[in-house]
Ligand binder design. Structure first.
Ligand SMILES: *[C@@H]1O[C@H](CO)[C@@H](O)[C@H](O)[C@H]1NC(C)=O
Ligand SMILES: *[C@@H]1O[C@H](CO)[C@@H](O)[C@H](O)[C@H]1NC(C)=O
Ligand SMILES: *[C@@H]1O[C@H](CO)[C@@H](O)[C@H](O)[C@H]1NC(C)=O
Ligand SMILES: *[C@@H]1O[C@H](CO)[C@@H](O)[C@H](O)[C@H]1NC(C)=O
Ligand SMILES: *[C@@H]1O[C@H](CO)[C@@H](O)[C@H](O)[C@H]1NC(C)=O
Length: 453
């Protein structure tokens, strides 16, 4: 009896002890978890007077704190590691370890965090390359139930849904060794600033962006489709582009943050020359609705103008967007560009197709030059000479997704690569890839818009 009672008590004691140990463990996990969440305070938005605003309040982009050490929880390198590479490691695997190849060689690519409007059905699949099948993960097909094992590559978009701090749970459950995870930041570093990329070290195999050092080039526009369209619809050789243009400068702008470089520049420019400002930040009514598929309104709207202010929101190396490609180069209007260096434009744009702000010592000097062009049709027309002189060897470029397909078909099955420091690759070791920005108000909306004289 006594023994049994003792045994019972002992068992109870053991249970209690286990319970306390478990509680302690849970406590530790919760406390540790709260520390891991710290970088989450790099919010993309902030609250003031009860209202939510986009942006980081008065935080300079250069001073965003770097968080914990890179994590390498996926990173198992075998063989030789290329120590010279600063942001990534490469190595090779034995061909005998590879899974049996599908025949014919077809590639399956999953887009892990699409939205209802991205990518548009028109953008995928890459029509000219039936070798690649692109699949958007839908909400209904949840993680776990969604088959990813047989995918050759998975594209992760660096905005909309990607965790602020790396979280294993958000990613596919299993990760075959040969499967390529592609980091697609989608926009420029200031836009992805709310994501703690340090925590993503050792996660992605390839990068995809507008920058030329990406594994897959994904610019916002390209010279090839421009020249293809001109070949189908060639302009008359002696076309006078100045004819029937009776207005000077047009600007469409919808991110109204007034301390952005472009606002300071445009406000100064408009003191010397007529600038018609449309879009959310404009002071003139009659803007076209924003519509990426139907561009007929904007095409008509820019027609009577001689110049378009293709000013980028953010000044980042190589960051040239649709403001340049689709709002100006596609039409008969000369873009005035503010963004990356002149050299970055020259490498991708048609020759003598734009006016760069860096060529002028002040907005006033720019205004004088535009006035000069306004009175010299011959000089003005020289900015369109490229339309009748397509380059001899056009680069082969159809779309971002075709580039993904091409790269996958070319990739050697034994080569491995992983970005150990994707933060540094994307932003630069000293954040030198973008001009620093300081926010102190809402990004959109008229309230904080720049005032034009
Ligand atoms: C890539 O861009 C950089 C500037 O960011 C430039 O220095 C370099 O020449 C470019 N390389 C190619 C191959 O276009
Ligand atoms: C808009 O601003 C321009 C100066 O850039 C000015 O000339 C024009 O009168 C303004 N239009 C309206 C409707 O306020
Ligand atoms: C854009 O234009 C297309 C074609 O005219 C139309 O079907 C679509 O509804 C428009 N989208 C928006 C957001 O206005
Ligand atoms: C991709 O990265 C993971 C994680 O570091 C690695 O285990 C895998 O071998 C890499 N795969 C390829 C195809 O590079
Ligand atoms: C943010 O910075 C701007 C300009 O430096 C300053 O005028 C503003 O008062 C600051 N806002 C806050 C909330 O500190």
């Amino acid at each position: 009896m006594i023994t049994t009672k003792f045994q019972k008590e002992y068992a109870l004691l053991e249970k209690t002890q286990r319970f306390f140990m478990l509680s302690f463990f849970v406590y530790i996990v919760i406390v540790a978890g709260s520390y891991i969440q710290i970088p989450g305070s790099l919010n993309v938005g902030y609250k003031r007077n009860g209202a939510f605003y986009y942006g980081v309040e008065n935080v300079s982009f250069t001073r965003i704190q770097r968080s914990a050490l890179p994590r390498y929880d996926h990173f198992v390198s075998s063989g030789s590691v290329d120590q010279l590479a600063m942001f990534y490691s490469t190595w090779k695997v034995e061909p005998s370890t590879l899974p049996v190849k599908k025949s014919p060689d077809r590639k399956k690519i999953i887009i892990w965090n699409p939205t209802s409007i991205w990518p548009t059905p028109k953008a995928i699949p890459c029509l000219s390359m039936p070798q690649c099948e692109f699949i958007k993960k839908t909400k209904r097909r949840r993680r776990g139930k969604f088959q990813t094992e047989d995918a050759d590559a998975i594209i992760f978009r660096g905005i909309f849904g990607i965790p602020k701090v790396y979280s294993r749970n958000w990613f596919p459950k299993t990760r075959p060794e040969h499967q390529i995870w592609i980091y697609f930041p989608f926009d420029c570093p200031p836009i992805t600033r709310g994501i703690d990329l340090i925590s993503y070290g050792g996660v992605f195999n390839w990068t995809m962006s507008y920058r030329n050092d990406s594994d897959i080039l994904a610019p916002w526009g390209h010279i090839t489709p421009v020249y293809k369209a001109l070949a189908e619809n060639p302009p008359a050789p002696n076309k006078d582009y100045a004819k029937q243009k009776n207005k000077l400068v047009i600007w469409y702008v919808s991110d109204c943050y007034k301390y952005m470089t472009r606002f300071v520049y445009a406000a100064e420019l408009s003191k010397h020359i007529q600038v018609d400002v449309f879009g959310v930040c404009g002071n003139v009514s009659g803007s076209c609705p924003k519509n990426r598929t139907d561009r007929s309104c904007i095409k008509e709207h820019v027609r009577p103008y001689k110049f378009y202010l293709a000013f980028e929101n953010f000044k980042c190396v190589e960051y040239i967007t649709e403001k340049f490609w689709h709002n100006s180069v596609d039409y008969d209007i000369v873009p005035i560009v503010l963004g990356p260096s002149k050299g970055d434009y020259e490498r991708v744009a048609p020759p003598n197709s734009f006016v760069h702000v860096d060529d002028f010592e002040s907005p006033e000097a720019m205004a004088n030059y535009l006035t000069y062009l306004d009175h010299n049709d011959e000089e003005y027309n020289r900015y369109f000479a490229w339309k009748t002189n397509p380059p001899k060897n056009l680069p082969d470029f159809e779309s971002r997704f075709c580039e993904v397909c091409k790269k996958l078909l070319q990739a050697s099955p034994t080569e491995r690569k992983v970005y150990t420091d994707v933060e540094r690759w994307w932003k630069g070791g000293n954040y030198e890839f973008c001009e620093p920005i300081v926010w102190d108000g809402p990004l959109r909306g008229k309230k904080n818009a720049a005032h034009f004289p």
